[in-house]
Design a protein around this ligand. Structure first.
Ligand code: UDP
Length: 358
């Protein structure tokens, strides 16, 4: 297959602004290349792919970022800035796609989904969020009625946010296991990883660490500085240890030294890459029972699922985290979330999209 992939129109790959999509894109490209497919990727200027993905052809585009949908109101209209990065990416993508079999869109936005109805090349979409916008959900519903195979989701629970999707195509996600080293650090500190933004609920994890009289190590981009400093001020000084945003290799080295990852999303997390990354290092995860993490974590085997927003319940599970065998965490990733498994699911799906478009 010759695939033209459209990246996220936020920041550049490697900046962390694109959240989990950045890692997902890299995993997918690795998997597609190793299965012998050809991949052209349209990306924002300054983007870098992980090593081993050199065979993918990058096409750089400049322009203004989109506003991320999780930071708008559910009923906000679509905004397209002047000199829109997304529009430029699509223009470039369409041009290259004249020689391709399929265009694969990884941006959660209105324009590429609308395009599905108006261009000849099949456009397939990996939907990376739950329903965050009425205008996008309504458009997905309209396009789905005509092209029921063109949307894929990371988890069943994410797809449930789009009730009009009758038989959702679930692709999970994939992780390059060689990039994560197992560490048996049962006595390490507590970790939290993610974009620091209200939908990620960092404050609940800090509450747990503070109750235990411990520090919480926090990795990730401070997307919302005001929110970050509000949390910092509501707990004793030094409870949060800000570790910054690290590339995967450095992140996993540090994360693997931790005894547990706390995962506290307040929204319907589509998947939760950081949960699998922690498991891959042997780090059990305590998460709220909502969104993707509730499909990933095996309660009592690879971590615990606390009642949503119940910080005390989360605390009680952190107190018994040593009951989890760290080897089982890594094993779950090997069996369920390798790059091969993920790429094969995506290839089967894209073949179906292409066949149905003929
Ligand atoms: N991440 C990273 N370095 C850091 C912190 C986070 O590379 O220091 C990445 C992490 O690997 C993951 C992403 O940020 O892929 C967060 O993705 P997730 O699916 O957990 O949430 P999203 O941001 O997409 O809502």
């Amino acid at each position: 297959m010759r695939i033209v992939l459209i990246s996220t129109p936020l920041g550049f790959l490697g900046s962390g602004k694109g959240g989990g999509v950045e890692l997902t894109l890299n995993s997918l490209v690795s998997g597609l290349l190793s299965l012998g497919h050809s991949v052209d990727i349209v990306v924002p200027r300054n983007s870098k792919l992980h090593k081993n993905n050199e065979k993918a052809k990058l096409h750089f585009v400049e322009g203004e970022d989109q506003i991320s949908w999780q930071h708008q109101n559910y009923n906000s209209p679509v905004t397209i800035p002047d000199n829109s990065l997304l529009a430029c990416m699509l223009e470039k993508g369409l041009d290259i796609a004249k020689q391709a079999d399929v265009m694969l869109n990884m941006s959660y936005d209105w324009l590429p989904i609308w395009m599905t109805l108006n261009v000849e090349i099949p456009v397939a979409h990996i939907i990376s969020m739950g329903s965050e916008s009425s205008v996008i959900s309504n458009l997905i519903s309209k396009v789905y009625a005509k092209y029921p195979y063109n949307f894929a989701f990371h988890s069943k629970i994410q797809a449930d946010d789009y009730p009009f999707i009758k038989k959702p195509i679930i692709i999970g996600n994939g992780f390059k296991l060689d990039n994560y080293t197992f560490q048996n650090s049962v006595k390490g500190p507590l970790a939290w990883v993610g974009r620091v933004a209200p939908e990620k609920g960092l404050e609940d994890a800090v509450y747990v660490a503070n109750k235990l009289g411990e520090k919480l190590k926090v990795w990730g981009v401070k997307e919302d500085e005001i929110y970050a400093s509000k949390i910092e001020q509501s707990f004793p000084k030094g409870t949060i240890e800000w570790m910054g945003f690290l590339p995967t290799n450095e992140l996993q080295k540090e994360l693997g030294k931790c005894r547990a990852l706390l995962n506290t999303p307040k929204w319907n997390e589509a998947f939760g890459n950081v949960v699998v990354e922690a498991l891959a290092c042997g780090v059990p995860v305590v998460a709220y029972k909502r969104g993707g993490p509730s499909e990933i974590i095996q309660h009592g085997q690879t971590g615990y699922l606390a009642e949503p927003d119940d910080k005390k319940n989360m605390l009680s599970y952190v107190e018994i985290i040593e009951k989890i065998e760290r080897k089982k965490c890594r094993e779950w990733v090997e069996k369920n979330a390798s790059i091969d498994i993920f790429a094969n699911k995506v290839v089967n799906w894209l073949n179906k999209v292409i066949d149905e478009s003929k």
